[in-house]
Design a protein around this ligand. Structure first.
Ligand code: AMP
Ligand code: MG
Length: 407
């Protein structure tokens, strides 16, 4: 059986970067740029005041002090948006607002709090350094500088930086659309009365939420009975209209586990079935054209672990992320942990920073594949090697932080 790391490798190999599209800048946050974004001009575009105060010729205040103040006549006022560059005559001061262009001749701004203003003059009680409270033209960015490199996900500050230059759209790799197709005769929707043996579908809202949290906003979902015909139709449609299809349930060895069979009839080419892991052993992965199909087992904790470990990295690779995860870190276990299976065991754990900057890992609770209470308290998945093996308190194991751990 495939090891999890080999399975992740196969997934990332199959997940190809999508085609770049032009997007409104405001909708591009979190997406990866397809080209370098270049500054078309220098920034600041013009020198301007960073304070409310008075623009002066600094030399006019040489020698000023509390005992020996200097009074300059007031030449007028500069607001933030002046049509053209004002001029400051020698020996005068001019009132200037934050954002106001520094007038020709001025080389410093004295803040309002440090002066006294009379009807048509200003009294200064000290000298001022050249450049004081001036954001100087071109001091931050030169024309032709790379504002943001190709291949890097845009963060909100980057959006602001690029917007500074009047850019309204940008070439990025779009996030994939995802279709969640849940299977099972026993599943009912919230609000429906529950008959004996039926259960509410918890996996659809959970996976949709995880995807949304990770930044994906084109998510569709549908619930389907364990019926070959219905499943075939639903799956064919999902494969046709989405970049990633995540089916839930029906990939094990049971009588009614139709997903693999139906998928292959619908034209999906199998890449693997079964991974040597717990939970999530029956994970199925295939491809039709550029659309990826992940057949997740229906047990809720297994489904969520597989989403975290396989689906999200694939989605990020499609978006052009160079390190799409999962990211494995080293931690130390706080209590002995045992893996009785011969598969890699992913445990829901709470990872806490210890005094030395390392991580201490504790079990988050029951580890059965159906249990979500532990998952809801966990902030990481720890990885125990195939067993049977017992790992003692204080020993090292690898763990992957859950992406929604934001406490
Ligand atoms: P399956 O993978 O279809 O064999 O399902 C494994 C277990 O997960 C069964 O106990 C199912 O009832 C349960 N299950 C499957 N799908 C869901 C779902 N969408 N929500 C909650 N439980 C589910
Ligand atoms: Mg089922």
């Amino acid at each position: 059986m495939l090891t999890p790391s080999k399975a992740i490798e196969l997934v990332l190999e199959a997940a190809r970067k999508g085609r770049a599209v032009e997007r409104p800048l405001e909708e591009a946050c979190f997406l990866v740029t397809a080209e370098d974004v270049i500054a078309e001009q220098a920034y600041p575009y013009f020198s301007y005041s960073s304070m409310d105060g008075y623009a002066v010729h600094s030399e006019d205040l040489d020698g000023a002090s509390t005992d020996n103040p200097v009074t300059l006549p007031l030449a007028g006022e500069i607001r933030a948006a002046t049509g053209k560059r004002p001029v400051l005559p020698r020996g005068q001061a001019i009132r200037i607002m934050t954002g106001g262009p520094i007038p020709e001749g001025s080389d410093a701004v004295v803040q309002q709090e440090d002066v006294d203003e009379k009807a048509d003059s200003v009294i200064f009680y000290g000298p001022v350094a050249k450049g004081n409270f001036i954001n100087r033209e071109g001091e931050e960015i030169a024309r032709g500088d790379i504002l943001w490199p190709a291949g890097k996900a845009l963060n909100p500050a980057a959006i602001g930086l690029i917007a500074t230059f009047g850019v309204s759209s940008i070439a990025v790799y779009p996030a994939p659309s995802v279709f969640i197709l849940t299977t099972g005769d026993e599943l009912i929707a919230p609000g429906e009365p529950r008959g004996y043996g039926e259960i509410y579908d918890s996996v659809t809202p959970m996976l949709a939420s995880a995807l949304r949290w990770a930044g994906f906003d084109r998510i569709s979902s549908r619930r389907c009975k364990d019926d070959r015909g219905l499943l075939h139709d639903a799956l064919s449609l999902a494969l046709a209209e989405s970049d990633i299809v995540v089916s839930v349930g029906g990939v094990s060895m049971g009588e009614y586990d139709f997903v693999r069979d139906v998928a292959e009839r619908a034209g999906v080419e199998k890449i693997f079935w079964k991974v040597s892991q717990k939970p999530g052993k029956p994970l199925y992965f295939g491809k039709k054209g550029d659309t990826l199909l992940f057949g997740l087992p229906g047990n809720p904790a297994a489904a969520l672990a597989c989403l975290q470990l396989y689906v999200l990295p694939a989605a990020r690779r499609i978006m052009g992320y160079s390190s799409p995860g999962p990211e494995w870190l080293n931690g130390v276990i706080a209590e002995a942990m045992e893996n009785r299976t011969d598969r890699t065991n992913f445990l829901r754990v709470v990872a806490r920073k210890d005094a030395h900057g390392g991580y201490l890992l504790e079990r988050a609770g029951g580890q059965s594949s159906y249990m979500l209470s532990s998952f809801s308290r966990a902030n990481a998945l720890a990885q125990l090697p195939p067993g049977p093996v017992r790992i003692d308190a204080g020993e090292k194991v690898q763990f992957a932080p859950l992406f929604w751990d934001v406490e």
